[in-house]
Design a protein around this ligand. Structure first.
Ligand SMILES: [Zn+2]
Length: 484
């Protein structure tokens, strides 16, 4: 009898909502039972958890497992249980995957973040991302960045690296550049970041000096390599390896599919693998698209770019409008700052680029993108569809869902330690950053002609314990800064 009542009470707790007393029929038990039930009723009135997610397949310890109740307490922290948990709100995730929130390690919103960050974050959270790092550029003055942005509402967790390119533009003196780069790490930046291809006047010694500073603070150094042509790209990879070996700094090669390994991926990966085997610490990321996009004004389009990339004017398409560049329009548009153009799909064939990189133990996903405008952004579609596309791509090429999630969550989180020490896992007392998705239907919908499209298959996104996105609707903004 007692067992039955208890079971019934538990059932009520699971399906009931907060504040309801037990049903009168339950109270018509003997005195003792009745007392117990009132106590349980009180507990239900003040449920232990705010949300419980049940019936889903959960990604725990890099495996997909069933039979767990994922509780979220009132502080936004997790409780993983085999037993039912009483909560104010239940989410039934039957048939769905319950995963730690996706992480974008290489998001890009550096141009005009004060004006664009709300749109940028909107297209990140709807893609299942709960933590979005700007490690390609970030901020030249991290304290100033955080003083401003930490006061504002955020849909996702966020963090930045030291934007060395901007420091170099601001300060001619090397000593001052180094001083400010170090200052940025002291002020909470998660990494150092530089892009010698965009500033080819950066000497090897200068490039290396930033690595030494990063190493002093045990932060990674994100590099957009020096070369992207077929003939020279491996020299950029070798330069990064040399820096890793000479400084001991953790080096991360940005989007190696578009810079470093576009034409010689197998060789680039071998070089990194060999260096790692000898003690270097080198990682890289790829974005799951077979075409790159960048600003027409950038160095990439100087000199003999047609020969370098094996493409011509008409192969370039303005992102957000789909307009094709011509011999006549090229010189006009080339003067226009901030105009992004994309090369055709298949320019970087998957089987020769990212499919190889994804097989290694040091490659992860990073978007290299962000949506900055509505209704039609001039931003690569990866800014909106990156994570869903990454998972779809892995499944399409026969990788397991676990392998996809490891490259989208575990590896990025491992790189940003200790800042991510209590995130990115479904584990007791970790922050409840969760993405519930439909593995059958997940896919990115954003295109070059219309990047402003939410990904499909993202059912619910929870950030620090609050529902941020559910059933196609944006809900609360509960993102926090991730910083030192
Ligand atoms: Zn880049």
């Amino acid at each position: 009898m007692k067992k039955l009542t208890r079971r019934k009470a538990l059932k009520d707790l699971c399906i009931g909502s907060a504040g309801l007393l037990l049903a009168p029929s339950c109270l018509a038990e003997n005195q003792q039972d009745s007392k117990r039930q009132v106590q349980m009723g009180k507990r239900r009135a003040k449920a232990d958890f705010k949300i419980v997610i049940k019936n889903g397949k959960a990604y725990i310890n890099q495996k997909l497992v069933e039979g767990y109740f994922i509780g979220i307490d009132f502080n936004g922290k997790l409780k993983i249980s085999k037993e039912p948990l009483q909560a104010e709100q239940e989410i039934d995730a039957v048939g769905k995957i319950v995963s730690p929130g996706f992480i974008d390690i290489l998001a890009d919103n550096a141009n005009n973040p004060e004006q664009t960050y709300a749109i940028f974050e909107k297209y990140k959270v709807t893609d299942g991302l709960t933590t979005v790092f700007q490690m390609h550029g970030g901020a030249e003055f991290p304290k100033k960045f955080h003083d401003y942005f930490d006061k504002l509402p955020h849909r996702v967790n966020y963090g930045v690296s030291v934007f060395v390119m901007r420091l170099r533009l601001k300060y001619a003196s090397l000593a001052k550049r180094y001083e400010m780069a170090e200052q940025g790490l002291k002020e909470g930046a998660l990494a150092m970041a530089h892009s010698p291809e965009y500033q080819p006047d950066t000497s090897y010694e200068e490039l290396k000096k930033y690595a030494e500073i990063a190493k002093k603070y045990e932060r990674p150094y994100f590099l957009h390599l020096r070369y992207s042509s077929k003939e020279k790209e491996l020299d950029g990879v070798k330069e990064a390896i040399r820096i890793a070996q000479e400084t001991g700094c953790q080096i991360h090669i940005d989007h190696i599919n578009s810079t470093g390994g576009t034409f010689n991926m197998a060789k680039a990966l071998d070089l990194i693998n060999d260096a790692n085997a000898k003690g270097a610490k080198i990682t890289c990321c790829v974005y799951p698209y077979s075409f790159w996009a960048t600003y027409l004004i950038s160095e990439r389009f100087s000199g003999d770019w047609q020969k370098r990339y094996g493409i011509t004017y008409e192969d370039l398409q303005i992102v957000g409008s789909g307009e094709k560049i011509t011999v006549q329009s090229f010189p006009i548009y080339r003067k226009r700052p901030g105009l992004l153009v994309a090369v055709p799909e298949g320019t970087m064939p998957f089987e020769k680029t990212i499919n190889l990189a994804l097989q290694t133990d040091f490659c992860m996903f990073g978007s290299d993108g962000g949506i900055e405008k509505e209704p039609r952004a001039n931003s690569h579609p990866r800014g909106a569809g990156f994570a869903a596309t990454a998972i779809r791509h892995c499944l399409n090429i026969g990788m397991s869902l676990e392998q996809a999630l490891e490259r989208l969550i575990d590896r990025p989180a491992k790189l940003i330690q200790p800042a991510m020490k209590d995130r990115a896992k479904l584990q007791d007392d970790f922050w409840a950053d969760i993405t519930i998705f439909d593995a059958q239907n997940i896919r990115g919908k954003a295109t070059v002609a219309n990047p402003n499209q939410f990904s499909e298959g993202i059912e619910c996104v929870i950030v620090n314990g609050e529902i941020a996105y559910q059933n196609g609707k944006l809900v609360k903004s509960n993102g926090k800064p991730i910083r030192y």
